[in-house]
Design a protein around this ligand. Structure first.
Ligand code: TRP
Length: 395
């Protein structure tokens, strides 16, 4: 089975990346032919204004990947922008991809509204427009055959129009002030490249005839779109592409130090570049059960991020159940519990830190490996493009 996946180089990796994605990739590379790439073009779909850190970010990802166990001699680890064929296929797929598929893509909207902090406003608008849509439906001069679908469509479009009108200053400008977003912010993400994000992602996968795409749940709508685009291509020009499937593997969710989802922007992540001292500081400040105030108060491990981490890092299962018991009974205090965690966390992190250091020292060698792998990827990509051009009667 051929496996393809990518990651945007947005900065240093943290524990969440490892448990959410990389650990799974490391397993897959033992059994399958894997193509994993750094999606630097995708990073530009949102961060096109400031590219100062792009090169360094790419380097950090290369170092982290290999330090975490991805092996450039087993998997094809490469850089997207070094395989120009992705762009050619993206262009051609763009010809046959309806704009509406992209505009209604939930991931596109989520990302965009998240960036603009518009998630709540959109919901509010939608709620308010529901009745309007009902009334509109009654006053239409023709019969609607698929009422539910049509309603949904109408509501979606009306909401989008409202939001655009808001940014154009056609309705209450106070809302924008309150949300602290501007017309400029809106149009900054309203680009051709951002809308076309999933088309490029589809090209990334199809160019290797990828069958399985290991991704997080948030990427499912993108993969569904890739399948639709592949199907449409095959119908129009002949069957060249397999329909890629998302490979959702159960991944233990590792909470951040404050119990929320681990994310750089929340400031609750432990990075592989953190020193021992930094990790210690972060762990000692971790949130625990708020009802366990004094050392001997009984705690609830099931809601405690420290305990969630024990389950991942403390390999001795007996010790983990002892910790669980002693937390519940009030015998074990949080400070002590964190000390035990630190020891096991360090056993995991220290070798990674060491490997990072080695790789950093030989960064040129590592870059060379990624470039050679990009060439390898390119051979397959250009063979696919030959087929595609032929199928489309391009010279
Ligand atoms: N969109 C993916 C993400 O943000 C990254 C990505 C780009 C990708 N191209 C891909 C993932 C192709 C899988 C296949 O996580």
């Amino acid at each position: 089975m051929r496996v393809v996946s990518g990651m945007r180089p947005t900065g240093k990796l943290h524990l969440g990346h490892y448990f959410g994605v990389i650990r799974n990739w490391v397993k897959l590379q033992e059994e399958h032919e894997c193509f994993f790439f750094i999606a630097d073009w995708h990073a530009l779909t949102t961060a096109y204004k400031n590219t100062k850190e792009l090169r360094q970010n790419i380097r950090e990802v290369m170092i982290d990947w290999v330090a975490l166990g991805l092996d450039p001699d087993k998997s094809v680890l490469f850089i997207q922008s070094k395989v120009k064929e992705h762009a050619e296929l993206c262009l051609l797929l763009g010809m046959l991809t309806p704009k509406s598929w992209l505009e209604l893509n939930p991931t596109y909207k989520d990302l965009k509204y998240n960036l603009l902090r518009l998630v709540d406003l959109e919901r509010e608008f939608k709620e308010k427009l529901k009745e309007t849509v009902e009334n509109l439906l009654k006053s239409l001069p023709f019969q609607i055959t698929k009422e539910d679908k049509f309603k949904e469509h109408l509501l979606e479009n009306l909401t989008q129009t409202m939001i655009e009108a808001l940014f154009e200053g056609e309705i209450e400008p106070e809302i924008l002030k309150r949300l602290n977003v501007s017309k400029k912010d809106f149009y900054e993400t309203d680009t051709f490249g951002f809308l076309g994000y999933p088309v490029l992602q589809t090209a990334d996968i199809l160019i290797y005839k990828g069958e399985a795409v290991p991704v997080g749940e948030d990427q499912l709508p993108h993969i569904e779109l890739s399948r639709e685009i592949a199907r449409r291509f095959n119908r129009l020009y002949g069957k060249i592409f397999p329909e890629p499937k998302a490979l959702l593997t159960e991944t233990p969710k590792i909470p951040g130090t404050d119990g929320r989802k681990m994310s750089k922007s929340y400031g609750n992540a432990v990075f592989f570049t953190d020193t021992k001292e930094e990790v210690e500081k972060k762990v000692m400040k971790m949130f625990t059960d708020p009802q366990k105030i004094r050392k001997n108060d009984p705690g609830r491990p099931e809601i405690c991020p420290v305990f969630a981490w024990h389950k991942l890092f403390t390999k001795d299962e007996e010790l983990v159940s002892q910790i669980e018991q002693d937390c519940r009974s009030g015998k074990l205090g949080c400070v002590e519990c964190k000390r035990i965690l630190l020891k096991h966390l360090e056993e995991f992190l220290e070798p990674i830190r060491e490997r990072r250091k080695e790789l950093e020292k030989n960064i040129e060698e590592l870059e060379e490996k990624f470039l050679r792998n990009s060439e390898k990827a390119r051979e397959i990509a250009s063979a696919t493009m030959e087929e595609v051009r032929k199928a489309m009667n391009l010279p």
